[in-house]
Write a protein that binds this ligand. Structure first.
Ligand code: ADP
Ligand code: MG
Length: 408
């Protein structure tokens, strides 16, 4: 019965968003030379949308996207465009449904960390540049949908943002932003930027606190995957029969929907403002952290880096044991006092994910559910998914498996 209904639906398709300015400015030509043919051969219908400016994609998915019309949103750019799309989806009044839209990433930028992570999770040997694009194109055609963690990030003013990759302060954030001027060298911009920053290595003062994952009651569950394509390839995928609906467990803090008893005795869901899930682990930023949080005794850092996926860049395996929806923030920090040589060794080892075994006395790794960072230096850079955000106190908590990503 379902199949009859499905075949009567208009054929749905993917929206493929390309940022023509990303990376070396060649995303569109890579689409034309590689992706278009690949999708055609795999019989994947898609509509190309070329972004015209920053926040174009964010506004499009927030204000104009008809969820029923699309099977997936594919982002061909760096991580920045996906950041826009995820935040646009979560700014919608119907965010709970919208964030279940399967997303996919095709590396077209200079910071392709999520694409590298997806490739890594597929178990393949590391590749870069166009080989990474081919791999991600292939995984996209396979169409297996998995859940992906998102992290909600609160800044001192302005609305919170949702992050899928990283939160950085200190050395890593400075390199990320300073290296934008080397964008023309592609992914190598981070290597160049690291060497430049090492020459002017400095200490960043601040306070760091976190909620260890071991203290939080969230249970580890294996990721559930489902196929984007039905066996018949009739594009009958929908969130109701294809992709697992998030049965959010208690620590998912799905409190943004209030259950009340209506007059006829039935339960109704009344959405609250603003859109997005509630952050039950976070007190207001101007109040102290809860007593079960760990406050890091040191206040002098070289870097603080929170990762939720494996790769920080195409060739930086920063969180080797991270999984797409492990519900964990992998928190790393390097205490002041490390030498330039030790830091260089750390970043060289990170190419293979071996930095945790380099025996760097200054590097600390903790698996956490929430964190707070209060920089004391008056000026500085904080990045979320490689984008600059407001500098100042910041706190974050993970929402396990909130989004959907095509991972092959
Ligand atoms: P890269 O990895 O090369 O930095 P991103 O995908 O991160 O690529 O994109 C960089 C920035 O460009 C993002 O902030 C994104 O919002 C913005 N952007 C998207 N489309 C356009 C466009 N058409 N023109 C200029 N900037 C754009
Ligand atoms: Mg993770």
């Amino acid at each position: 019965r379902d199949e009859v209904v499905m075949s009567e639906l208009p054929r749905r398709r993917m929206m493929l968003l390309v940022n023509p300015q990303s990376g070396k400015g060649q995303a569109l030509s890579l689409y034309n030379s590689q992706i278009q043919k690949m999708l055609h051969e795999a019989d994947v219908l898609h509509t190309l949308v070329i972004t015209e400016r920053q926040n174009h994609a964010r506004e499009l998915v927030r204000d104009k996207l008809d969820l029923a019309q699309w099977d997936a949103l594919v982002i061909m750019s760096g991580d920045g465009l996906l950041f826009e799309v995820i935040n646009g989806l979560l700014e919608r009044p119907d965010w709970e449904e919208a964030i279940r839209m399967p997303l996919a990433i095709l590396p077209g930028g200079s910071g392709n960390a999520l694409a590298a992570s997806v490739h890594h999770y597929s178990g393949s040997t590391p590749v870069s540049s166009e080989e990474l694009l081919t791999s991600c194109g292939f995984l996209l055609c396979k169409g297996l949908v998995s859940r992906m963690d998102l992290v909600s990030v609160h800044l001192i003013s302005g609305p919170r943002v949702f992050s899928f990759l990283s939160l950085a302060w200190g050395f890593v954030a400075d390199v990320d932003i300073e290296s934008e001027k080397y964008r023309h060298v592609g992914a190598a911009r981070f290597t160049v930027g690291t060497l430049v920053r090492l020459a002017s290595l400095r200490v960043y003062r601040g306070r760091l606190a976190y909620l260890p994952a071991s203290l939080d009651k969230c249970k580890d569950q294996p990721n559930q995957t489902s196929s984007l394509w039905p066996a018949s390839k009739m594009y009958s995928f929908s969130n109701d029969n294809g992709c697992p609906i998030p049965e959010q467990n208690s620590c998912h803090s799905n409190n943004s929907v209030k259950v009340t008893r209506s007059e006829n005795g039935l339960h109704r869901n009344i959405p609250q403002n603003p859109p997005g899930p509630q952050d039950s682990l976070l007190p207001p930023l101007d109040q102290p952290v809860p007593s079960n949080w760990v406050v890091v005794p040191e206040e002098d850092f070289v870097l603080v880096l929170a990762m939720y996926q494996s790769h920080l860049a195409e060739d930086l395996l920063a969180a080797p044991d991270s999984a797409l929806d492990d519900g964990l923030i992998h928190l790393f920090y390097v205490k002041a006092g490390t030498s330039r040589a030790a830091l260089l060794r750390l970043f060289l080892a990170m190419e293979k994910g071996a930095h945790l075994t380099t025996n760097c006395q200054h590097l600390v790794h903790a698996k956490v559910r929430a964190l707070r960072l209060e920089p004391h230096s008056p000026k500085g850079i904080i990045t979320v998914d490689g984008e600059v955000v407001e500098y100042g106190p910041v706190q974050a908590q993970v929402h396990r498996g909130l989004a959907r990503l095509i991972t092959g």
